[in-house]
Ligand binder design. Structure first.
Ligand code: MLT
Length: 241
C-alpha cells in the first residue's frame, strides 16, 4: 500500500524524506492555478526560478517573464500572477520564466524527489488519476505563505489525500494528512463562506486582485498534469478530453 504525507509549509520540507516519492506542489492562490491555466492554454514549457535577480537576467536575455512578489507584478516582468492573463494567444507554444513569492520556491526545493508534479483544483481529477497510475509514495507540499501555514493549500491537500485514500490504493500515518482531510471536510460544506477565513483572499482583495478566487477553486478545468523535467515544467496530458 503506497503512503501519503502532507508537508504544510516549505519551512518543514527538510523534516520529510522525499527520496523516491512524487512531490505534489500545491499553491491554490495563485501559482499552481496559474501553471495549470498556462498548460491548459498550450504553453510549451515554464522555467520556475526562485530569485528575483535570476528572473531579471532571463528578461535581459529576451525571455517572457511572469513574476510577482507580495501579489504585485515586478517592474521588469511582462505579467503579474493572475491566471486570467494567460490565454491561448498569450502563452500558446511559448517558453515562460516564472517567479513568485511562494510557489516557485516550493517547486524548486522539491526537485530531488522522484518526480515533482503540479496540483490545483483546476486539474484535480487528472492529478488524482495520474498519482493512482504511478503507484508511488506521495508527499503533498503546500507552498504556504512565506514559510507559514495557509488554509487554501491545506484544503486542496486534504481533498487530494481523501480521494486517494478512499480509493483503497493509499494509506497514511501522517497527522498533517488527517488534519488536512478534516479541514477539507469542514470547508467543503460551504466553501463560499469558509473562504472568508483565507488570509491570501484578503491580501488579493486589498490589491484588487481577488476576482480570481472563484476560478482558482473550480474543479477539473483541465486534463493536464504539469511535470518538472530538469529545470522546466512541461505538460503531461492524462486523458484526451
Ligand atoms: C505565490 O506563489 O506566492 C502565490 O501564488 C502568490 C500570489 O500569486 O500572489
Amino acid at each position: 500500500m503506497n503512503q501519503i504525507e502532507v508537508c504544510l509549509s516549505t519551512n518543514l520540507f527538510d523534516c520529510y524524506d522525499h527520496k523516491g516519492k512524487i512531490v505534489v506542489v500545491v499553491d491554490v492562490l495563485r501559482a499552481t492555478s496559474v501553471v495549470c491555466t498556462m498548460m491548459h492554454n498550450g504553453v510549451k514549457e515554464i522555467i520556475p526560478v526562485k530569485g528575483i535577480e535570476e528572473a531579471r537576467e532571463y528578461k535581459e536575455k529576451g525571455y517572457l517573464v511572469v513574476a510577482e512578489r507580495n501579489g504585485q507584478k515586478l517592474d521588469f516582468a511582462d505579467f503579474g500572477n493572475s491566471p486570467f492573463y494567460f490565454t491561448k494567444d498569450v502563452v500558446g507554444g511559448k517558453t515562460i520564466v516564472y517567479s513568485t513569492t511562494n510557489g516557485t520556491n516550493a517547486i524548486t526545493i522539491g526537485k530531488n524527489a522522484e518526480q515533482v508534479i503540479i496540483g490545483s483544483f483546476l486539474n484535480f481529477q487528472a492529478a488524482v488519476d495520474y498519482l493512482s497510475e504511478q503507484k508511488k509514495d506521495i508527499l503533498i507540499l503546500c507552498s504556504g505563505w512565506k514559510g507559514k501555514f495557509c488554509l487554501e493549500d491545506s484544503l486542496l491537500a486534504g481533498a487530494i489525500a481523501k480521494c486517494l485514500i478512499d480509493s483503497g490504493e493509499f494509506s497514511t500515518k501522517c497527522d498533517s494528512v488527517n488534519a488536512s482531510i478534516d479541514l477539507w471536510s469542514l470547508a467543503k460544506v460551504d466553501m463560499k463562506s469558509y473562504l472568508g477565513k483565507v488570509a491570501q483572499r484578503h491580501r488579493l482583495k486589498k490589491l484588487g486582485l481577488d476576482n480570481v478566487i472563484g476560478y482558482c477553486f473550480t474543479m477539473d478545468v483541465t486534463n493536464v498534469v504539469p511535470i518538472l523535467k530538469g529545470d522546466r515544467i512541461v505538460p503531461h496530458i492524462v486523458y484526451e478530453s
